[in-house]
Design a protein around this ligand. Sequence first.
Ligand SMILES: [Zn+2]
Length: 302
Amino acid sequence: MRHLILVFTMLLLGQSVFADEYDKENFEIVDVGQKASSHGWYVTYKLDDETFAILAPHHWQETVSFLLIGEKKALLIDTGMAFGNIRLNVEALTDKPIIVANSHSHYDHVSNNYNFDTIYGRDLDFTRKNASGHPKTTWQNAIQPSAVSDNLPPEFDFESYENKGFEIDHYLKDGEIIDLGGRKIEVIYTPGHTPDGMLFFDRERGYLSTGDTFYPSTLWAHRSDADFKDYIESAKKMAELEPHVKYILPGHGEIVANPNFLGKLYEAFLAMRDPNTPYETGEDRRRYQFDGFAALVADPPE
Ligand SMILES: [Zn+2]
């Protein structure tokens, strides 16, 4: 009997240790139809009745866009790679006027912007340059058949693919509230991955969109458009938000992540300042492995 109780306890413990409430398997997939999903290029997950994650799982970047619907307007955070037209997908979920805002202006987050009428962004030269379109050669490794595993929309063509430019209709300020009608979204500047990084925070529901500033995989803080000092300050801001966050909404790979990564991110950046923290070297960069994510930084980081 004692043996049985022990086995039963181990099973229970095992469940609590291994069940991950942040796994996308736990969320309902919404059927928006073949055309709207760009023939399965996008998979739409319901976080709640007014909040959806739109994932492009068949490209190695697995970009995620988030649709937050209010009583009067809807906010689309990031528009992805434009291998499919995400607007069809969004319009299958809401008939409210759509505001697009980007976590930052890297090509893999803004490429479908040109399909929308209202774009909010940062008042920075960095953003304006990216808004003029990205030359194909810049991101060649992402725009080739080997970048795709499956479900490429039939109308897509690698040869004619362009990162088209877009116009910014409104410059977002730090601390600004985007009022969707009965739903307020806070803008929080978080430079570091790029100069124009922003969080979008639905404080009432506890949803914090983090773009590429955090996702539970390898973070890029090593490129010329990254800034380690800015990143550490942004990570500090994010750690302070942790008690108010239910879900991180990350820019790649997962549709939600555990808010305890916010504190861990800041600790990771402090650790990378410590010369005793181990890392791997490669080319002119360092790679640090942490619990649940990694970071690439310049060598030395700052
Ligand atoms: Zn990025």
